[in-house]
Design a protein around this ligand. Sequence first.
Ligand code: ADP
Length: 496
Amino acid sequence: MSRYILSLDQGTTSSRAIILDHQGAIVAQAQREITQIYPQPGWVEHDPREILGTQRVAAREALARAGLAAAEIIAIGITNQRETTIVWDRHTGEPVCNAIVWQCRRTAPLCEELARQGAADLIRARTGLVIDPYFSATKVRWILEHVPDAERRAQAGDLLFGTVDSWLIWNFTGGRAHVTDPSNASRTMLYNIHQRRWDEELLRLLGIPPAMLPAVRPTSGVFEMTTADFLGTPVPVAGAVGDQQSALFGQCCFDAGSAKNTYGTGCFALMNTGDRPVASAHGLLTTVGWEINGETTYALEGSVFVAGAAVQWLRDELGLIESAAESESLARSVPDANGAYLVPAFVGLGAPHWDMNARGVLVGLTRGTTKAHVVRACLESIAYQSADMLAVMAEDRGAPLAELRVDGGASANDLLLQFQADILGVPVLRPVDVETTARGAAFLAGLAVNYWSGPDELAACNDTGRRFEPSMDAGQRARLLAGWHRAVDRARDWER
Ligand code: ADP
């Protein structure tokens, strides 16, 4: 009997299930959207019951589409939206309130308070993170303070906290496993990434009872069997990993120095730094990639706030293009941006510029600038911003980038990827299958049950797809980058 891996990808907008075979090919998939709840400006919630329900339905549907019984699934891997926080009653399984989603800014005042108390250095040293409402810690604190009776119930040991991986596993296993993995734990702002355990001092600082926390288990390893009612027969959950780290693994970035960039609404870049947690001198995050066989692999992480969103802006606000895909044909109609630069600092600039008061600019215009030049400048801005971030990542690690693996919706744009290769001066590799997030969790679960033997076999599962070789000469690259940095200077410090 051939057997398969089931990968569950619980993302911000949908719950997906993908079944992979031993060659890494997708056999079937299913997807369910989840409702975005915006109770107030800046607040974002999900219904934990809906997260669970949609993920269950997607898993069952994928099995049905593949014509498989649960007994043919050798293991389940879970990857999930990170940082999103759920607190529930350990006796009834009832969530005490909606999930507070990673994007939710409600705890900004609490973060400011922590910064005022001078906690930034401690938090960075222990967790590798900067103080920000993104991370789970202040969201848990908020729930304890604002949900009636939550503080008392938590102190009495009646409440459990988990990120989405914990919530799913707890439910799929009938409450037998309250667990997470280090890649998810390292996004809570409560996990000591050096000692690899929950940090007692941070728990005290945030007033979070240790009894609420899940046990931290290896990323790749059997957590627990699911109950029979989930898929028909118990199946081991053998991998759990945060979505960005999962994509890094799914891209086969197993060696120190390898890196991936995901081109979506924003860009998310992660670089494997091996067994060394590298502290960034440029405001990047230090995070756990995964733990396998007792070995922890670390990563540096950075993001570009506005990437594909700038293409949406061309389409929706400026009306220059009808579809995101049209940006490529229009940009191709001109040989270059004709000296124009767009800096899409719509919400400020992140690493390595870190200027929250920067705003967007379009500079270098002449009477000859056409809409094609502006569209091209927009695509180029995605590559420039990524290049700036990857440059400091390589500097933090102390070795130049050798190549870049890419995925995400905007990685469909060949012109963007060729320009990215040109401006980085290294090859850019796009796999045939850009479902790298689901693939990573599948790989990690498959390794745990010896479905795959190791990195070489996994690498053979990934079809290389297309490789974009740099073809720009160094002089031209330097001139363009210098122009870009002058444009960035114009964008700086605008909002007063
Ligand atoms: P997310 O996961 O952040 O929602 P996706 O990975 O689905 O994003 O990618 C969608 C983003 O990619 C959108 O911002 C869209 O403008 C951009 N995009 C999609 N296709 C293209 C394309 N061919 N060229 C440039 N940008 C694109």
